[in-house]
Design a protein around this ligand. Structure first.
Ligand code: OGA
Ligand code: NI
Length: 364
């Protein structure tokens, strides 16, 4: 396992979110995935019902007011608790990330993906870059699922652990925009994690996320004429603690699975989408579940997004946290392992189609 320049182990050789099993790459060097897909018999992707009609908007799922979390509003923390228990994701409003920071981030992401393929491939993920780097995905899995999209993963915090060789210099605003944006999102994530800890009465939770490790995945889903048969990201849960998603250009695509139904979430200007991941499920001993989600593609419109992932600090243990004031003893349902072993397991099993939680669960 790689040791970062600051002497701390970090996630550089592991995976914060590895949603796409690259079983058979069919168009790594192609600009036009959709042309290549013509040659394949593509099955229907919607094995589960998708909620038809308008995508879910505000009012259909929980909205949490960040400014009230900052004031430690008990009412808002109770709402957060319900949101995490019933949904595991919510919209976050009044987060205070300056419009200018969001605007610069959007411009930088769109301009980066507009670069010629050759230029983007300079930052390609290679064995020595671990989970970081640029990937153009056009894969067909053993189950004949087709996935098409582009992504660039960067480790953003700790700052000392960054691999600047993978940080694009074009557009020239990219590095500064991502630095500013991820700093703001970390501020937001810290308060949300602290509030999650309070809502669970697990005050220790936030200690694990002090100096937390942060990474981003910027996503580009080109329009695809076979949209109903092609996914942008395979169904997955996020292996991290907390994810914050910004739907960059306000095109639908993100869907969460609730009660067996895929529920699309329309972007809401100014709101962030937050979801708790596998590590919160483990730390809360299963109280806050990590929810499966995926990205679909659009036949006419391109879509951009940025997911920012937060994982505990480099020396944390991943396992259920003991309650501050123990009530009746509740058996722990998950193992406790070092974060290093946790992500090693994630990485080792990324292609076997199983969820990391299957490996972390203790036999009942
Ligand atoms: C992810 C993710 C959703 C999106 O990168 O893990 O779930 O809308 N992204 O792109
Ligand atoms: Ni995800």
């Amino acid at each position: 396992m790689e040791v970062a320049g600051n002497g701390n182990w970090n996630l550089k050789n592991t995976a914060p979110s590895l949603p796409v099993p690259s079983v058979q790459s069919i168009a790594d060097d192609s600009k036009n995935c959709s042309e290549i897909l013509e040659k394949y018999v593509i099955p229907e992707i919607n094995d589960s019902l998708v909620l038809n009609g308008a995508a879910a908007g505000p009012g259909d799922f929980p909205i949490i007011d960040f400014s009230r979390l900052c004031k430690q509003s008990e009412e808002e923390i109770a709402k957060l608790s319900l949101a995490c228990e019933d949904w595991s994701y919510f919209m976050l409003i009044n987060h205070g990330v300056p419009d200018e920071v969001i605007e610069n981030t959007k411009v930088a992401i769109i301009e980066f993906f507009r670069l010629p393929l050759e230029e983007k491939k300079v930052y390609a993920r290679r064995p020595d870059t671990g989970f970081e780097g640029y990937t153009q995905t056009c894969v067909i899995s053993e189950e004949q699922e087709v996935v098409s999209g582009e992504g660039h993963i960067l480790y953003t915090r700790t700052v000392a652990g960054r691999n600047m060789k993978l940080w694009p210099q074009n557009p020239p605003t990219f590095r500064d925009a991502m630095d500013q944006y991820t700093k703001e999102i970390q501020r937001v994530a810290n308060i949300v994690l602290e509030s999650i800890g309070k809502s669970l009465k697990l005050d220790k939770l936030i200690d694990n996320f002090k100096d937390c490790q942060q990474s981003i995945r910027i996503n580009y889903y080109p329009p695809c004429p076979h949209a109903s048969n092609v996914l942008g990201l395979n169904p997955h849960t996020d292996t991290v603690g907390l994810t914050v998603v910004l739907q960059v250009n306000e095109v639908d695509g993100l869907q969460f699975k609730k009660n067996g139904v895929w529920l699309p979430i329309s972007p809401v200007p100014g709101a962030l989408i937050v979801n708790s991941g596998d590590i919160i499920e483990i730390m809360s001993n299963g109280k806050y579940k990590s929810l499966e989600h995926r990205a679909v593609v659009n036949s006419e419109q391109e879509r951009f997004s940025i997911a920012t992932f937060h994982s505990p600090r480099a020396d944390a243990q991943i396992g259920p946290l003991p309650a501050e004031t123990p009530t009746k003893s509740e058996p722990f349902c998950y193992k406790t392992v070092s974060i290093e072993d946790y992500f090693r397991m994630v990485f080792a099993h990324k292609d076997d189609g199983k969820n990391i939680l299957d490996y972390m669960k203790l036999a009942a």
